[in-house]
Design a protein around this ligand. Structure first.
Ligand code: PRX
Length: 642
């Protein structure tokens, strides 16, 4: 297959941490020969440890312990060590709110605010091992809350502000949370998104939550329950400025982040301390080629793993200036992001293909009206980037000067796994290129046998890595079964991919019942469970439908209980219902009604057929196991009529 190849400019390569392909190969082969020595060296160089480890990796498949026995603290590594260095007065966080308000927090100031909030938590009795849910808008107090928890060893779980009260409740309950940290609301597209009301609703069924701490962002009227709810600023007024970072074991849990799996119940992905920190700090340098003077901006929301690893922990551990923006890219106009890049002289910009495609649609006049010459590197994450979007990003935003790092990874991997080192690896639009050192991918067939080049198969990872998922919260059996049972001894990613004859990886998408909508993972079962909770719905099947902007869109097939239903009205109601049950980002694009759903003889819904119907409008392949062929014919023909 022929395709364009892009090389970094000589100037970029000359200054890069990894300046050529030989240097990349040398690193890769060192990691391959002796992974423990390799990661041990990086951990030693990049991270501050209070006590050293005796063994780098304790691998009792599928359970890994990295640097076990060693003592460190993520908050210390992100703050104290920089506040005590030449970075003391360097901006750690540059923040812009949607209404246009701004803040710049130096390492020293961020350290002070985190210490104050940690001392509040400590004085209220929260200790290492307790669990806190953080449900906040994109304001600096969100990373402050995360870093304060990390300072004390309180396990945090950030719930994306777009999730509904129902979704929040499920996470609070699963995690056995005693503390919720939230805000009155946040701003999105000029409107207020209220958060505290969702917390109040969720807490009706969460008796384990002792306290709620509320940050005032919007200033609108909210209800505060006496004895349970406290204003952040009231507690801060009495805070101490002495709260040292706990010396935590390298395997102490840092956070649990819920993501969609193949069932209706989200999985709590557990990440721990030392290995995770080592992985994300190393990848900040390898992939983003970070330099001291850079202004780095990742446009994700901190509620997703990208924000955890590459807005908060990775950049701060590496001593970078990380920019945070609260609101929507198109508010008040389509050039908001380009304005921000121009205003803050952003050097590294990391975003998603969905965002790029949405901005392409608005036209080049928006970026063209701004000076984007500060940019030197662009990144992409969350879903495959189609070559046309890649080329636009390269030409219109990067002015053919900036390499694009297409980074493949997952909530479970903790950090980037397959991506170019931009000074070293020639780029091919649409490919995440080569694995990073210490990452050993393979493409296998249904039986776990390795496949030759240029053939599509399952993407697996052969070796444990420091940032890897340690467990599913409260469900080790599901952890073993989901990730480590398909191909014995290897990690199953759930993605399909192929490797070309240059060794480049092309990730094609999920092979399970997980959709990828705007780079967000969403399980078909989760949406189905939400739909069948509606009183009119008898049965539901959900599939991802290709979508020009969001990659995939949610398409629902629904059978109704007996009754006289107005389909148009009910379709709208069900879309609204799903958005209430899960969150607005899960809102179905399409709801189709049917008398029955296609099933196998054993009663399983044949999603493959439904996927074909929404993708190609026809059905091919084996349908002999269908219970009622007429059902498929009817569904397929319905589309013709529309
Ligand atoms: O299918 C892959 C896709 O996103 C999935 C992981 O989703 P999540 O855990 O939500 O994390 C997203 C941010 C890291 C993967 O299994 N994916 C992610 N990055 C890429 C990608 N697919 C293709 N190319 C990528 N660069």
């Amino acid at each position: 297959m022929s395709q364009s190849v892009y090389l970094p400019s000589e100037e970029f390569a000359r200054k890069a941490h990894v300046p050529d392909i030989k240097a990349y190969r040398a690193l890769y082969s060192r990691a391959e020969k002796d992974p423990e020595a390799f990661w041990g060296e990086i951990a030693e160089r990049e991270i501050h440890w209070f006590e050293r480890w005796s063994r780098v990796l304790d691998w009792n498949p599928p359970f890994a312990r990295w640097f076990a026995g060693a003592k460190t603290n993520v908050s210390y590594n992100c703050l104290d060590r920089h506040a005590a260095s030449h970075r003391k007065n360097k901006a750690a966080i540059l923040w812009e709110g949607e209404p246009g308000d701004q803040r710049a927090l130096t390492y020293q100031e961020l350290h002070r605010l985190v210490v104050r909030f940690a001392s509040v938590l400590k004085s209220r009795g929260y200790r290492a091992g307790d669990r806190a849910i953080i449900y906040m808008p994109m304001v600096p107090e969100l990373p402050i809350a995360m870093l304060a928890c990390a300072r004390l060893g309180i396990i945090h779980s950030v719930v994306f502000g777009g999730f509904s009260a129902e979704a929040l409740k499920a996470r609070i309950q699963d995690l056995g949370t005693t503390l919720v940290i939230t805000a009155d609301g946040g701003f999105r597209r000029g409107k207020e998104v209220s958060l505290k009301t969702a917390v109040d609703e969720a807490l009706n069924d969460c008796p384990g939550v002792r306290e709620v701490i509320v940050y005032r962002r919007t200033g609108s009227e909210i209800s505060m329950k006496s004895g349970r709810d406290f204003w952040w600023h009231d507690l801060d007024a009495a805070a101490s400025e002495d709260c040292p970072a706990e010396h935590l074991d390298s395997e102490h849990p840092l956070y649990v982040l819920y993501t969609s799996g193949t069932t209706g119940k989200p999985k709590g992905i557990l990440h721990t301390t030392g290995g995770y920190l080592t992985h994300i700090t190393a990848t900040m340098k390898w992939v983003f080629d970070l330099r001291e003077e850079d202004t780095y901006w990742c446009s994700a929301d901190i509620g997703w793993v990208t924000g955890h690893s590459y807005i908060v922990y990775g950049p701060l551990s590496a001593g970078a200036t990380t920019l945070m923006y609260e609101g929507a890219p198109d508010f008040p106009r389509f050039d908001r992001w380009w304005r921000i890049i121009e205003k803050y002289r952003v050097n590294i910009f990391y975003t998603s293909p969905t965002a790029i495609r949405a901005l392409i649609r608005q036209g080049e006049q928006w970026p063209d009206a701004h000076d984007l010459s500060s940019l030197r590197l662009l990144g992409s994450v969350g879903e495959p980037i189609n070559p046309a979007a890649w080329e636009w990003y390269y030409r219109v935003i990067g002015k053919q000067r900036c390499p694009i790092v297409d980074t493949w990874w997952q909530t479970e991997t903790g950090g980037i796994m397959i991506a170019p080192m931009p000074g070293a690896v020639p780029l091919k639009p649409g490919s995440a290129t080569l694995p990073l050192p210490g990452v050993v991918p393979e493409i296998v067939d249904f039986h776990g046998q390795p496949m030759g080049d240029n053939r599509e198969g399952f993407l697996i990872l052969r070796q444990p890595w420091p940032g890897m998922i340690r467990n599913i919260w409260g469900d080790p059996e599901r952890y073993k079964e989901q990730y480590w049972s398909r191909v014995p001894g290897a990690y199953f990613t759930g993605d399909a991919a192929r490797r070309d004859s240059d060794g480049y990886y092309w990730v094609l998408g999920r092979v399970d019942d997980v959709m990828n909508v705007s780079g967000h993972r969403l399980s078909t079962m989760e949406v189905e469970s939400a739909l069948v909770r509606h009183p009119a719905v008898a049965e539901a099947a959900v599939v991802g439908k290709p979508h020009e902007i969001t990659g995939q869109a949610v398409c629902c097939f629904v059978t109704l209980k007996r009754g006289d239903w107005n389909h148009d009205q009910l379709g709208n109601e069900l879309r609204q219902w799903v958005s209430r049950e899960i969150g607005a980002f899960a809102r179905p694009e399409e709801v189709r009604f049917s008398d029955a759903l296609p099933k196998t003889r054993s009663g399983k819904i044949m999603r493959r057929l439904l996927r074909e119907i929404v993708t190609s409008n026809s059905v091919t392949g084996d349908v002999t196991t269908l219970e009622d062929l007429s059902v498929v014919a009817k569904l397929a023909s319905q589309q013709d009529e529309e």
